[in-house]
Design a protein around this ligand. Structure first.
Ligand SMILES: C[S@@+](CC[C@H](N)C(=O)[O-])C[C@H]1O[C@@H](n2cnc3c(N)ncnc32)[C@H](O)[C@@H]1O
Length: 337
């Protein structure tokens, strides 16, 4: 396929919908506008392809030989392997170690923290695509890309990508959620996603939401923490610190199918808040919970949060989503009965 506005040829990768390869003389930065019309939500990397091996050998010797040509003796390097769609049974980590060891034995220098050259080996079906660039390009891609993404243009906040990804990853059909609570909702990206899916949203945050944009999606009402809520609303913003909200007073707003939590506070504190709001959630209702990595104590904070929630919740799953920055996303469902 020839893209009209850039002298840029897209090279199909057989049986693969998640990677695009282009033949183009353009610099990576000039490629971003070309994606304007594509509904992509995530770009992991835009890097020049240095080699493309079809039907690579499973012992990886082809890939090792290709890496030897791409790597430079004077530059420290980091190899990253991505298994996108492949029958190879080895994990990406195992392949990275194997390739790294081979290159080190040939005198190449690895630096996993600040490499001068980042080499990506993407295993896609029976192709091995080898791309390499300075890490700089990779690190700035996502935000630049979002700027050109049509979803981002209409969105209330960048956090929307995170919720869309979480719903997909944990297999939650947003349309099945009729009513939800969004804790730490401002400026309102997650609330917007849920409104678009047809849910009524109780958004709680002491910061204001993007009322103008949200009003295009339904009737927005703003209320004080313990005032009686108006009769009709699609988005009810309780403008308050979650701690000041009397949960029992929300009971008459109807059964809640999901609690969404994206507060930028310590995970145990978020868990305490969820524990308080949990009686409003129906059995089988879902919890999507951003676990902020506020320090190095990830494991202990995560288990403390889970322990606090395990009285009411089950089926915990935790994932570092593509759209998570210094955070993880946790999923659980409310116990029935
Ligand atoms: C990362 S932002 C949420 C972004 C939001 N999910 C979106 O899609 O636009 C975190 C929010 O948590 C809110 N927050 C943190 N602690 C809170 C608390 N104790 N009570 C209410 N809101 C809180 C902050 O005011 C902030 O707006």
């Amino acid at each position: 396929m020839l893209l009209r506005n850039g002298g840029c040829k897209m090279v199909p990768i057989p049986e693969c919908e998640v990677a695009l390869a282009f033949e183009t003389p353009l610099e990576p930065e000039k490629l971003f506008p070309l994606f304007e019309s594509k509904q992509l939500t995530y770009v992991d990397a835009i890097m020049p392809i240095r080699d493309w091996i079809t039907n690579y050998k499973t012992d990886m010797s082809d890939i090792e030989e290709a890496l030897m040509k791409v790597a430079e003796k004077g530059k420290s390097l980091k190899i990253e392997v991505k298994r996108i769609d492949t029958d190879v049974e080895l994990s990406a980590k195992t392949i990275e170690v194997q390739l790294g060891k081979r290159l080190e034995s040939e005198g190449f220098v690895a630096d996993l923290k600040n490499p001068q050259l980042r080499i990506l080996v993407a295993l896609i079906w029976n192709n091995a695509i080898i791309a390499a660039d300075m890490p700089r390009v990779y690190n700035t891609d996502i935000d630049k890309f979002r700027f050109f993404n049509p979803i981002a243009k209409e969105s209330v906040s960048r956090a929307e990508f995170k919720l869309i990804e979480a719903l997909g990853f944990f297999g939650v059909d947003a349309k099945s959620i009729k009513r939800c609570i969004d804790l730490g909702a401002a400026p309102g990206g997650w609330s917007a996603i849920m409104m678009k899916a047809g849910a009524k949203v109780i958004a709680i945050d002491n910061a204001p939401l993007e009322y103008e944009k949200l009003s295009t999606l339904g009737k927005v009402e703003i209320t004080e923490p313990n005032a009686s809520p108006p009769d009709s609303w699609d988005l009810l913003h309780i403008k308050a610190n979650v701690r000041d909200v009397d949960v029992a007073r929300l009971d008459n707003l109807g059964p809640i199918d999901a609690i969404l939590v994206d507060m930028n506070i310590e995970p145990e504190k978020s868990a305490e808040v969820v524990d308080r709001f949990s009686p409003l959630l129906r059995g089988g209702g879902v919890l999507i919970f951003t676990v902020k990595l506020v320090d190095e104590k990830v494991e202990s904070r995560l288990s403390a949060a889970k322990e606090m929630l395990s009285r009411d919740f089950e089926g915990f799953r935790v994932k570092k989503l593509q759209h998570n920055r210094l955070e993880l996303t946790m999923f659980a469902t409310k116990k029935r009965g």
